[in-house]
Design a protein around this ligand. Structure first.
Ligand SMILES: Nc1nc2c(c(=O)[nH]1)N[C@H]1C(S)=C(S)[C@@H](COP(=O)(O)O)O[C@H]1N2
Ligand SMILES: [Mo]
Length: 449
């Protein structure tokens, strides 16, 4: 089994001095005495830390065929180049897919699929795994026939082809996109069992595009032009009002993600990027930008994407995505299978206000907190990856993570959030998530109060 190979090579590496062990010490010749010495060298934590790991000595004593036999893939030639002109993941990774929740929406064209966060690493979401949120299915737009129009309060109404757009100066920027409804099913209590479903309406890719500012400058925004209406070319004709200040600040008109063309699901051939703000405003299949002197009060900013408070009034134009985090591993879809001992806890944190400054992890439902280690790039309004490495003693735990951003905002508990927002909301739930870890290593979505 490939798993055992990983475990054994881990032990080799932890010896540290492989290359200088002297002549005659090949991997096959590794003696039991050497292994014991290594075990001691690892130190006092070795006994607990390596519980569940299989020692190389035990593996060879039992004649583990994964290490003693030459395997087929070691013996026969493999596929030649360009067998797959566009590469796809290993068949052993077939379970790493977007998923939906069948009862959530009436049909698949106005629906959502979720990013498998528990299967991913680092901060970049692979293009084929980015969650999708469509209000009228995926528009199939031939790029040659696509146009982007700028009209309204401008000196020169303009129509751009894709070729025109690509002649403006480009920028490359990594941003998360989170649907305002992410974690929306969890407002009244723990519901969906897995971070893919509770937190998977987020993705983070590198966009290539031109600052929206350049296109607006080309058209010449009139002084009265304080708002922008962005409209999609899909059958939903998605429309949202965006304040001019944001439009001129950091919005992008993007046609590439992670280096290649936008996927159809993400708005091919061109989408709006609205850093740090709710996903609904990131209009896909972008076809029109109208400049006006006031917001348009479209369906998506009145009936939808507003937050009903306890007193019956609703918050409107709640654009920014607040500081948030989630433990992706272990989690209900990714239980601990190795038993007690050395355990890697990992997760994601993000904030529409900028960078993540700090993430804390609790193993006891928020009583005690430990600083997690953020690893990888720390970019404003992008996902951040954190780790907390610990020895699991096999006891039941309540795992939580709590993020802090560079503006000083701290992720609230769910009860603190409900105190302010009531229980009628769907959108903008950034409350602290709890996973209950049982003695068998299984996990469940719970809430602590
Ligand atoms: N034209 C258009 N743009 C759209 C939508 C849509 O249905 N049509 N959905 C919006 C919503 S609600 C979200 S959360 C994001 C989702 O982007 P994604 O599908 O790339 O994840 O796109 C937004 N832009
Ligand atoms: Mo959304």
């Amino acid at each position: 089994m490939p798993h055992d190979i990983c475990k054994i090579s881990y032990i080799y590496m932890s010896g540290g001095m492989r290359m200088s062990d002297g002549p005659g010490t090949s991997e096959r010749g590794l003696s039991r005495r050497n292994l014991l010495k290594r075990g001691l060298a690892i130190g006092g934590t070795a006994a607990a830390g390596l519980a569940g790991l299989r020692s190389a000595a035990a593996a060879s004593a039992g004649g583990d065929p994964a290490i003693t036999e030459i395997q087929d893939w070691n013996r026969y030639l493999g596929e030649g180049v360009v067998t797959r002109p566009y590469g796809t993941p290993s068949p052993f990774e077939a379970h790493v897919v977007r998923r939906d929740v069948s009862w959530l929406t009436a049909d698949a064209t106005s629906s959502v699929s979720f990013t498998p966060l528990h299967e991913l690493e680092g901060i970049i979401t692979p293009n084929g795994l980015c969650f999708e949120r469509h209000h009228a299915g995926v528009a199939e737009v031939p790029p040659d026939e696509h146009r982007l129009m700028i009209n309204g309060l401008v000196d020169r109404p303009l129509v751009f082809t894709m070729e025109d757009i690509k002649r403006f100066p480009r920028e490359n920027r990594v941003y998360f996109l989170e649907c305002a409804a992410n974690s929306g099913m969890e407002w009244r209590g723990a519901q969906l069992n897995g971070c893919q479903f509770t937190h998977g309406m987020v993705h983070c890719v590198m966009y290539t595009g031109t600052p929206l500012r350049y296109l607006l400058e080309e058209a010449g925004v009139k002084t009265a032009g304080k708002w922008l209406l962005a409209e999609g070319a899909d059958a939903a004709a998605m429309t949202r009002s965006i304040p001019m200040e944001k439009a001129l600040d950091d919005c992008l008109v993007a046609w590439k993600m992670n280096g290649e063309a936008l996927r159809p699901e993400q708005g091919y051939p061109v989408r709006l990027v609205v850093p740090g703000w709710e996903g609904n405003m990131w209009v896909k299949w972008l076809r029109r930008l109208e400049v006006g002197d006031q917001p348009w009060e479209q369906r998506e900013e009145t009936s939808k994407y507003t937050d009903l408070l306890a007193n019956g009034t609703a918050r409107k134009f709640t654009w920014g995505m607040e500081v948030k985090s989630v433990i992706t591993n272990p989690s209900p879809q990714a239980p601990i299978t190795h038993g007690r001992g050395r355990t890697v806890l990992s997760g994601l944190a993000w904030s529409g206000n900028g960078r993540i400054k700090r993430v804390d992890v609790s193993l006891d439902g928020g009583r005690n907190w430990h600083a997690a280690r953020i690893d990888g790039p720390s970019l404003p309004m992008a996902l951040h990856r954190f780790y907390y490495d610990f020895d699991w003693d096999g006891s039941e735990l309540l795992l939580q993570s709590r993020a802090m951003d560079e503006e000083g905002f701290v992720q609230p508990t769910k009860s603190a959030l409900r105190t302010v927002r009531g229980e009628n909301s769907i959108y903008h739930n950034n409350g602290i998530q709890t996973w209950h870890l049982n003695a068998e290593g299984g996990l469940e979505n719970v809430e602590v109060s």
